[in-house]
Design a binder for this molecule. Structure first.
Ligand code: SF4
Length: 351
């Protein structure tokens, strides 16, 4: 699955199968980290880019097919990650979003890398011209204080944590094999907020996991209302073949899953709208993504990741995509913020 060199042969059908299972037929013989992502055709706008730091996953969440498709976790060596980041910056990227199935385990598996993720963040933080480094897909039980301190201390690492929690009920977390329970999750969330002042926390959840009772679902509802995530996504549990959860007997009907997703999203809507209102009068810097004919621009502050979070609309702003602008929030509109520039000479080159 990682063998990009064989894609054409696979499509035209000249690749000889090496296994019985369809998923195994085109598996690569070599580790994905040896595949360099430099000189790639980027699908994102020029000013931000995704950078894959690892491939595969050593966790064993019972609902997930990724480890069986992508295999064990392999990490790109730090020098390779840095070289790719420098190339992206030279190509115009000012924001780099670090991705991998489990970014927190960077360097912890069989490709042991000294200093792991914390050290990688500190290394990337020194790259001239790289203004924002954003970390996605944090695995909760691996997120250490050392990593949190690196995020807090590195000027260019966004005060932003994307931490898929999936659930909060002890029984469901155990059934998902998430290696963390409710009290450890709550301690971790407190540590995140204590160690990274002003951090934005995003999570994703699964509704309707096999056996999820009404009480367990209600526990999840109460939890998201109480904690107040800056952003949250909910997915209905999807029964994947060849997974332990897919074989569980007590599957939840689709209609119930949909109802639970809607209820969680409605609860989060109240939280997010209220948190957006609390930003009114705040001053912060934004990165411009897109200009509008109205003379406004669509931009994002550090706590807003592209494509998944809300945005900041800056009115009467003549900045261009890739510019940083100092703004003051004047109102909120649902999940989004409306702001006006506080500086007229653009671009503002520093956060
Ligand atoms: S859900 Fe994420 S952490 Fe869990 S096995 Fe899948 S990729 Fe790994």
């Amino acid at each position: 699955m990682n063998n990009r060199d064989d894609i054409v042969r696979a499509v035209v059908g000249t690749q000889r199968p090496r296994a019985d299972r369809v998923a195994d037929i085109f598996l690569s013989d070599y580790h994905p980290f040896t595949q360099i992502d430099t000189a790639r055709l980027r699908l994102t706008p020029r000013h931000y880019a995704y950078l894959r730091i690892s491939e595969g996953c050593d966790q064993k969440c019972t609902f997930c097919t990724i480890p069986s498709i992508r295999g064990r976790m392999h990490c790109k060596p730090p020098a390779m990650v840095e070289a790719e980041a420098r190339e992206l910056v030279a190509d115009g990227a000012v924001e780099i979003i670090l991705i991998g199935q489990d970014t927190t385990s960077y360097g912890l598996g069989e490709d042991a890398i000294e200093g792991g993720l914390a050290s990688l963040l500190r290394r990337l933080n020194k790259i001239d011209g790289l203004k924002w480094i954003r970390l996605m897909y944090v695995y909760p039980s691996v997120l250490s204080d050392e990593m949190l301190d690196a995020i807090a201390e590195c000027d260019h690492v966004c005060n932003y944590i994307d931490i898929p929690l999936q659930h909060i009920s002890d029984r469901v977390l155990k059934s998902m094999h998430r290696r963390i329970d409710r009290s450890a999750t709550e301690r971790l969330l407190r540590r995140i907020r204590d160690r990274i002042p002003g951090v934005s926390v995003r999570t994703t959840l699964i509704a309707g996991f096999p056996g999820e009772t009404q009480e367990e679902f209600q526990e999840l509802m109460d939890f998201i209302r109480a904690f107040g995530f800056d952003a949250l996504g909910v997915f209905p549990y999807s029964r994947e073949p060849d997974t332990p959860a897919g074989r569980m007997a007590d599957q939840i009907p689709d209609a119930t899953k949909r109802r639970r997703v809607d209820a969680l999203m409605s609860a989060q809507q109240e939280v997010a709208f209220s948190m957006a209102r609390e930003r009114i009068a705040d001053r912060f810097d934004v990165l411009v993504d897109q200009t509008l004919e109205s003379g406004s621009v669509i931009a994002r502050h550090q706590g807003q990741a592209p494509q998944v979070d809300g945005v900041t609309i800056v009115e009467a702003c003549d900045a261009s995509p890739g510019d940083f602008v100092g703004v003051r929030c004047i109102k909120s509109k649902d999940y989004d913020l409306i702001a006006t520039p506080t500086q007229t000479s653009l671009p503002v080159v520093n956060r």
